[in-house]
Design a protein around this ligand. Structure first.
Ligand SMILES: [Mg+2]
Length: 378
C-alpha cells in the first residue's frame, strides 16, 4: 500500500431480488424476496478506489477520512482493527492497486485452466411449504426447489428444518422434515451434498431421530441443531459414532457460545460458522489458520447480505479447511456481479482486481443521493 490518503467515503443501500421468495426458518417468519446490501466506496487523493459491503455510519466515516492507506492496511495483517468497519472496500482497493483479485493477495491458486474456484452450496431451501397441507406434497414442493438449484449449477444444498419448533405441531413438523430430506435426496441424486440447518429448533433427541431416520440420505453437516452445549454435543458425537454416521456438527452463527472455539478445539464441533461480516474477512483469515491447526472446518455464515457470496469465495483461499461458500442467489441493480458463475457446485471467481465486482455508476450515484451519504475530507 502507499501513502495516499482516503479523501472520500460514499455509502448507498442497493436493492436486489432473489429468484424466488425465501420462507421461514425454524424460529423466524418469511425472509422474503428482497436483498439490500449497503455498498461503500472509498476514494483516495490520487484517485484509487475500492468498494464493498460496510455498515459504516456517516459519523464514523467522518473520523476515517484523511488516513493514509498504509496506516489502514498491510498485506501481512490485513485491515487494521480500527478500520475494519471499512474492511471490504479497503481489501478491494488493495486488490485494485496490486492489480490482483483478493484471492490472489491471500495466496489463492487458480486451477489448471486459470480459473479460481470455491465450493458452494445452495442456501435457498427455506421452510417454504407451510401453505401445503399434505406432508408428501410439501416434501415434493421443496424437492422441486432443489431442482431449481441443480439448474443453477449447484451440487450441494442446505435444507432448513425444525418445522416442529414453532410453525407446526412438533410431531408433524418433525415427520415433514424427514420427508423433505428424503425427497430432496431422491431429487438431487446420490452424489450431491445435503446439509441441514435447524436454527436451534431441535433438541438432542429430535436431532438423533431426524439423523437416524435419514441415515440413508448421508447428511454432510447438521447446523445449529440446538443452542451449543458441550454435554449435548459430546452425547451426539458418541451417538453418531455408534450409528456409523459421518454427519459433521456445524455451529457458530448468531449469538454463539463464548466457548465455541474451545469446543471446536476439543473436537465437539467440526465446522465453525461465524459470520462473514462479523467478525469479518481479516479476522476470518487469522481464525482459519487456527482452525486448520485444529483440523476444524471453516464455513462462514452470511445469509441475507448478498455480498457474502463474493467475499466468502475469495476468503476460501485463506485456509485449507474451507468447506463451502453459502450462496444466496440474487441480482442487484447497481452491483455488476456478472463475472461470477456457478458450475458443478463451484463458484467460478472472476480474474478481475479486488473482489471482481463492478459498480453501475448511475444506479449507485442515485442510491447515494436517495438513501446514503458522501463524506469528503475538508
Ligand atoms: Mg444457519
Amino acid at each position: 500500500m502507499n501513502n495516499s490518503k482516503i479523501n472520500r467515503i460514499e455509502s448507498a443501500r442497493l436493492i436486489g431480488q432473489r429468484p424466488r421468495k425465501a420462507g421461514c426458518n425454524s424460529r423466524l417468519g418469511e425472509h422474503g424476496i428482497q436483498v439490500s446490501p449497503t455498498i461503500v466506496r472509498v476514494t483516495t487523493d490520487d484517485g484509487a478506489t475500492g468498494f464493498g459491503w460496510s455498515r459504516i455510519t456517516k459519523d464514523q466515516a467522518e473520523t476515517l477520512v484523511g488516513f493514509q492507506l498504509d496506516e489502514v492496511f498491510n498485506l501481512e495483517s490485513g485491515v487494521a482493527e480500527e478500520f475494519r468497519v471499512l474492511e471490504y472496500p479497503i481489501w478491494d482497493v488493495a486488490g485494485k492497486l496490486a492489480q490482483k483479485p483478493v484471492y490472489a493477495l491471500i495466496g489463492g491458486q487458480p486451477d489448471a485452466d486459470g480459473v479460481f474456484r470455491a465450493r458452494c452450496y445452495d442456501t435457498s431451501l427455506y421452510i417454504d411449504d407451510l401453505h401445503v397441507e399434505d406432508d408428501d406434497a410439501a416434501a415434493a414442493f421443496i424437492a422441486s426447489e432443489a431442482l431449481e438449484g441443480v439448474g443453477r449449477g449447484h451440487t450441494a444444498f442446505k435444507i432448513k428444518v425444525g418445522r416442529g419448533a414453532m410453525h407446526m405441531p412438533l410431531e408433524q413438523g418433525t415427520r415433514r422434515d424427514i420427508l423433505v430430506i428424503l425427497a430432496v435426496r431422491e431429487a438431487v441424486g446420490p452424489d450431491a451434498t445435503i446439509l441441514l440447518d435447524a436454527n436451534n429448533g431441535y433438541n438432542l433427541n429430535l436431532t438423533k431421530q431426524v439423523l437416524g431416520e435419514t441415515a440413508n440420505a448421508s447428511i454432510y453437516w447438521m447446523e445449529e441443531a440446538f443452542h451449543e452445549d458441550a454435554r449435548f454435543y459430546a452425547n451426539l458425537k458418541e451417538w453418531l459414532d455408534s450409528e456409523g454416521l459421518e454427519t459433521r456438527i456445524a455451529d457458530g452463527e448468531g449469538g454463539a457460545s463464548p466457548h465455541l472455539l474451545d469446543w471446536a478445539q476439543q473436537g465437539l464441533i467440526d465446522i465453525v460458522q461465524y459470520d462473514i461480516f462479523h467478525p469479518g474477512f481479516t479476522r476470518w483469515l487469522e481464525l482459519g489458520i487456527q482452525l486448520d491447526e485444529w483440523n476444524v472446518g471453516t464455513a462462514p455464515h452470511h445469509y441475507g447480505g448478498l455480498y457474502g457470496n463474493y467475499a466468502s469465495s475469495h476468503l476460501s483461499a485463506g485456509m485449507q479447511g474451507f468447506e463451502f461458500v453459502e450462496w444466496d442467489e440474487a441480482s442487484t441493480p447497481g452491483l455488476d456481479a456478472s463475472g461470477y458463475s456457478i458450475t458443478n457446485g463451484y463458484v467460478n471467481v472472476p480474474k478481475l482486481s479486488g473482489f471482481g465486482l463492478k459498480l453501475e455508476e448511475d444506479i449507485y450515484a442515485q442510491a447515494v443521493e436517495e438513501n446514503g451519504f458522501v463524506v469528503r475530507k475538508a
